[in-house]
Design a protein around this ligand. Structure first.
Ligand code: ZN
Length: 221
């Protein structure tokens, strides 16, 4: 099966649409959380995910918007975007976010937003902090998101892969990041695709979202 692997959309519909177009070959798409937060189109992004029947786990921003996760750990800009999202999101999409699971298993992989130790909040950035998660894995492969930076780690026969962020990349490349995984050949490929950043930034200005969140999209930081 050929899978599209996406994460951290963050209400960025322009980036999501370009990524989905690029994933035309994929038979199934999975999402590693944070559909909303930061960006101007939370409802439209959730609608798209539902329409395409994309299997999704919850991210910290998704659960902050539902009120299930306190925003104490969020910086001022992130918290501002959570509050804005709470105001605009539809009741049925809020209900969809509430029902998102923390961990999913499919085929030969598991999926989680942060880590298996702390599904919503832990950042896996190196083999040191990945170690407890490797120990908890019940399948050979685990897809994670949360850092918005592509990463690939292995330990014995197990692998952890982060496809980077669709809607707010943070590795210095402003193009949307996503992956493709072929479960038959067990080959993962990382992809980058340009999208209309200015259009998203204009929507964010109209919505009066925090300026640093608007600026950072230009730099991928
Ligand atoms: Zn995120």
């Amino acid at each position: 099966m050929l899978y599209g692997i996406i994460s951290d959309i963050h209400g960025n519909l322009e980036a999501l649409n370009v990524v989905l177009d690029s994933l035309g070959q994929a038979q199934r798409i999975i999402c590693l959380g944070d559909i909303v937060g930061y960006g101007p189109d939370p409802d439209a992004c959730i609608e798209k995910i539902k329409e395409l029947n994309i299997a999704t786990v919850a991210g910290n921003h998704d659960k902050a918007v539902t009120g299930e996760l306190p925003t104490d750990g969020f910086n001022q800009n992130a918290r501002g975007a959570v509050l804005w999202t709470k105001e605009v999101i539809s009741a049925k999409n809020l209900d969809y976010l509430k029902r998102l699971p923390l961990v999913l298993e499919e085929d030969d992989f598991q999926m989680v937003h942060g880590s298996l130790v702390n599904p919503l909040e832990e950042y896996i950035t190196n083999s040191g902090n990945a170690y407890p998660t490797f120990q908890m894995m019940t399948r050979q492969l685990l897809f994670v998101g949360h850092t918005h930076q592509p990463l690939r780690l292995s330990f014995k026969s197990k692998e952890i892969i982060n496809p980077g962020g669709v809607g707010q990349p943070r590795d210095g490349d402003p193009r949307a990041s996503y992956g493709e995984y072929d479960s038959k050949t067990r080959v993962f490929t990382l992809h980058r695709v340009a999208y209309n950043i200015e259009k998203v930034q204009a929507k964010m200005r109209t919505a009066k979202l925090p300026l640093p969140l608007i600026d950072r999209l230009s730099f991928g930081r």
